[in-house]
Ligand binder design. Structure first.
Ligand code: GLN
Length: 535
């Protein structure tokens, strides 16, 4: 089915943050794709940073990277994984970007002497971003998630822009509001008042919700739906129970049971059918199957109190265990603890070790020890970006005997800069454009673990880093048993190394986790978990 006039769905959140708007948007996207529509999803983040690239993972979780090299909100990762479509730079918009554009236009004199104001200049800019996702390609549906919670000062211009957009595109827009319906254990009651208030606030802005998603610990029953419908002036069928689930991949299944896709299709005057989620449900069932063998994978990082910081890595591991017929137990290991108390204490008994990406020198010695532990005990190791730097440094120090070998990211004076800027990057540094971001080709050498994993001679993977393997050290590394199984097509950049003496010790300069999907696991993760399971 192709829809002539694109339909727009806006998703807002009420009462509290972290209700799962991103997963809700992704799940709705999934169901509408299954209804036969082409869907794109975008995120509007009301903060003033230009992008989350400079924000601490403590504040913002993982920075997700698109193919075209944009550092974005982690919700884009959910959208890609659920809808299975690569998104672009235009799919993430921040207030910072909007204001930056408006101010640049002002300086250029584009506003022809007018007073520049939130309405209409900022709101016009926002409205343009809603349709910008259609510039290169038609989509039947554009889903726009607005970050933050109704009532935040920051989101006001976005909501005003949406209100204006609605009145211009009457009949083609749908407003979905995700709210919290708290359940009071002591008297066994649901409370709808916070939802009523949140909807009241939304209506005060001039936006009327068409569908209300009620996040709650237990399913919201019919009686309650009726009450919410009455108070919030929506139909009862448009009040949907968004019950807590054990795993995020269940959400589309639950939404389907609640007929969310059908209600949306009907409201958009589109013909609905019964969607088939068989493969997806199968994925969810295998992921939760207690009869499968359990594998324990350590993720050694510095943000271990916060799974959001490594969310794509964890999701990629989940995709990989399902395809290998096993079950995942993640052991979070704080690399600073390893520095203090040794790797044995934290890594004993694990079946595999992942050292994910990262920046800055806090905790890196602990990560280097983890790579050493993996190599010496022959435990499957997967190094991702910084995790590749860690194993390179470890091999340099402990196999090649290059004492004090390091990356110049951490030690500018090191005698053995095995990870370094490339000579041409040094000049670029002055211009500030040193980060390698987004898709780059990787040429694969035959007869390697890398080739086994991908079965292709060339692949594209996403990058986000400044430092590279220092080519001065290629020969000694090769002599020590390292194979440079992936390089840039011109051979200048090392993209993947593997240590041949180990059963599975592979590290890549890129981030394969960003491309992993349910039922389409990232090849390196799949290969890694296969080795973990076989161990
Ligand atoms: N800090 C390293 C670099 O900039 C690695 C980055 C990463 O792991 N994403 O090269």
């Amino acid at each position: 089915m192709t829809v002539k006039e694109t339909k727009y769905i806006f998703i807002t959140g009420g009462v509290v943050s972290s209700l799962g708007k991103g997963i809700a948007a992704a799940s709705i996207g999934k169901l509408l794709e299954k209804q036969g529509l082409s869907v794109t999803i975008q995120k509007f983040d009301p903060y003033l940073n230009l992008d989350p690239g400079t924000m601490s993972p403590y504040q913002h979780g993982e920075v997700f990277v698109t193919e075209d090299g944009c550092e974005t909100d982690l919700d884009l990762g959910h959208y890609e994984r659920f809808v299975d479509r690569a998104l672009k730079r235009v799919n993430n918009v921040t207030s910072g970007m909007i204001f930056w554009t408006v101010l640049q236009k002002e300086r250029k004199g584009d506003y022809l002497g007018h007073t520049v104001q939130i309405v209409p200049h900022v709101t016009n800019e926002i409205k343009e971003r809603i349709t910008a996702v259609l510039a290169e390609q038609h989509f039947d549906v554009v889903i726009t998630e607005i970050g933050g919670t109704i009532g935040d000062i920051e989101s006001a211009p976005f909501l005003e822009a949406i209100r204006q957009f609605h009145s211009k595109h009457k009949g083609d827009c749908l407003q979905i509001h995700l709210t919290l319906v708290p359940y009071l254990k002591t008297n066994g009651e649901f409370k709808t008042k916070p939802t009523q208030h949140s909807v009241k606030e939304l209506r005060g802005i001039g936006i009327h919700p068409d569908i209300i998603l009620c996040r709650s610990v237990k399913p919201v029953n019919d009686e309650l739906k009726e009450k919410i419908a009455l108070f919030c002036d929506v139909e009862k069928e448009s009040v949907v129970s968004a019950v807590d689930v054990h795993n995020i991949y269940e959400v589309p299944v639950k939404f389907k049971e609640e007929r969310v896709d059908k209600v949306i299709m009907q409201k958009l005057n589109l013909e609905a059918k019964e969607v088939d989620l068989k493969e997806w449900i199968n994925f969810v069932e295998v992921l939760e199957d207690p009869s499968l063998p359990l594998v324990t994978v350590a993720i050694v990082g510095k943000y271990t109190n916060l799974a959001d910081a490594y969310i794509s890595v964890v999701e990629a591991l989940k995709h990989a265990v399902v395809e290998n017929g096993c079950r995942l137990n993640v052991r979070w290991v704080n690399s600073e603890r390893i520095e203090k108390y040794g790797a044995d204490k934290y890594l004993e008994g694990v079946d595999g070790i992942v050292v994910p990406g990262g920046f800055g020198n806090r905790g890196i010695e602990g990560k280097i020890s983890s790579a050493q532990y993996a190599r010496e005990k022959d435990i499957p190791y997967l190094g991702l970006c910084l995790g590749m730097h860690m194993t390179v440094i470890e091999i340099a120090r402990n196999v090649l005997g290059l004492k004090g070998a390091n990356s110049t990211e951490f030690d500018l004076e090191t005698a053995y800069p095995v990870i370094d800027f490339l000579p041409e990057q040094r000049d670029m540094k002055k211009k500030g454009g040193t980060m390698r971001l987004g898709n780059y080709p990787c040429k694969i050498v035959g007869n390697t673990k890398l080739f086994d994993a991908y079965n292709f001679r060339e692949v594209q993977e996403r990058h986000r880093h400044r430092y590279e393997f220092n080519n001065d050290y290629r020969v000694p590394f090769e002599k020590a048993g390292v194979v440079f199984s992936g390089t840039s097509p011109d051979d200048r950049l090392v993209e993947v190394i593997e240590f041949t003496k180990q059963k599975w010790h592979v590290a890549c300069q890129f981030h394969p986790e960003f491309k992993s999907r349910p039922n389409k696991s990232a090849p390196l993760f799949k290969g890694f978990i296969k080795a973990v399971k076989n161990r």
